[in-house]
Design a protein around this ligand. Structure first.
Ligand SMILES: [Zn+2]
Length: 270
C-alpha cells in the first residue's frame, strides 16, 4: 500500500508495438508502470501506418519497446524524421538474438522471448531505477515460466512424427530452428500479398517432393489458395497463430504458444 502510494504519481509510461511485447513488458512491470500497446487488436504489423493519435501516444511515453528486425518500418520512418518522438528510450527487443534474414517473427521461439524480456528489463531498470529491484525479480519469475514453456515445446516437438510443414507467410523460421522442425515453404512470398502462379507451382513441388501433409494457415484469414492447394493435394489445413494480432494481458503469450503446440501435436503427431 505504502509502496503503491509512493510510486503512483511517477509511474513511467511504456508503449509496446505488438502484443507479445505487451505480455513481456506487463509481466516485468506489474502495476508499477503504465503499459499500452500501439497496434490495436487485429491490426496487421507488416502493413501498419501510424495515425496522429499513435504519434501522440508515443510522444507521451518514456519507453518505446519495439520488436526490431525491420518489422516496424512504419515506426522507423517516424523516428528517423524526429517528429517529437525522439526523446524516448527506444528498446530494440531483438538485440543479441541470432537473426534469420527475412523473418522478423523472433517472438515465436520462447528462447528468443527470454532475450527480449532481458532487453526490456534492462531498459526499465535504467529508466526507472526506483523500481529496479521489483522489475528484476518479476523478470526472473517470468523467465522461469518462459523456460518451462520452452521445455514443454521441446518435449512435444521432439516426439513429432512429421518435421516439415508449409505456412501461410514466413513466420516460423525461429520456431523451426529452435525445435528441430522445418518450414519447407510458404504460400505468401510476402506477408499480405497474393502469391504468383509460378510461386504456387514451386510450393506444390516442395509439398510433393517432401511428402508434406499439413499446411498451417492463420486464424481469421480465409485463404483461397490454401483451400485449393489442400483440395488438389489432399492436405490437412490447421491454423497456427503468429501472435501478431493479439489481445493484451500478461498470460496471453504463453496461452497462445500452448494453443499452437496443441495444433502442432494434432497435425504433425502422426
Ligand atoms: Zn507476420
Amino acid at each position: 500500500m505504502h509502496e503503491d502510494l509512493k510510486t503512483k504519481n511517477k509511474k513511467i509510461r511504456v508503449i509496446t508495438t505488438i502484443a507479445p511485447l505487451y505480455s513481456f513488458t506487463k509481466n516485468i512491470v506489474g502495476s508499477y508502470a503504465e503499459v499500452e500497446n500501439l497496434l490495436p487488436s487485429g491490426a496487421e504489423p507488416h502493413e501498419y501506418s501510424l495515425s496522429p493519435e499513435d504519434v501522440m501516444k508515443i510522444s507521451r511515453a518514456q519507453i518505446l519497446v519495439k520488436n526490431g528486425v525491420g518489422l516496424e518500418t512504419w515506426l522507423d520512418k517516424l523516428t528517423a524524421q524526429g517528429a517529437g518522438v525522439n526523446k524516448q528510450v527506444v528498446v530494440d527487443s531483438s538485440t543479441g538474438i541470432n537473426i534469420i534474414s527475412g523473418d522478423p517473427h523472433i517472438w515465436l521461439s520462447p528462447k528468443n522471448a527470454v532475450i527480449q524480456v532481458k532487453n526490456i528489463r534492462e531498459a526499465l531498470v535504467k529508466a526507472d531505477p526506483v523500481n529496479a529491484e521489483y522489475y528484476t525479480k518479476n523478470a526472473e519469475t517470468y523467465i522461469k515460466r518462459l523456460e518451462q514453456l520452452d521445455r514443454g515445446i521441446m518435449k512435444i516437438t521432439s516426439s513429432l512424427k512429421r518435421k516439415e510443414f508449409i505456412s501461410l507467410h514466413s513466420a516460423f523460421l525461429y520456431f523451426a530452428r529452435d525445435y528441430g522442425l522445418k518450414q519447407a515453404a510458404v504460400i505468401q512470398e510476402f506477408p499480405e500479398t497474393e502469391p504468383t502462379p509460378r510461386h504456387i507451382a514451386e510450393v506444390m513441388n516442395v509439398i510433393r517432393t517432401n511428402n508434406i501433409r499439413v499446411i498451417f494457415s492463420e486464424p481469421g484469414v480465409p485463404h483461397k489458395v490454401v483451400e485449393t492447394l489442400a483440395q488438389d493435394l489432399d492436405l490437412q489445413v490447421s491454423n497456427l497463430d503468429t501472435l501478431e494480432k493479439g489481445a493484451f494481458y500478461p498470460e496471453w503469450y504463453e496461452a497462445m504458444m500452448r494453443a499452437n503446440l496443441e495444433v502442432l501435436k494434432m497435425a504433425m503427431g502422426q
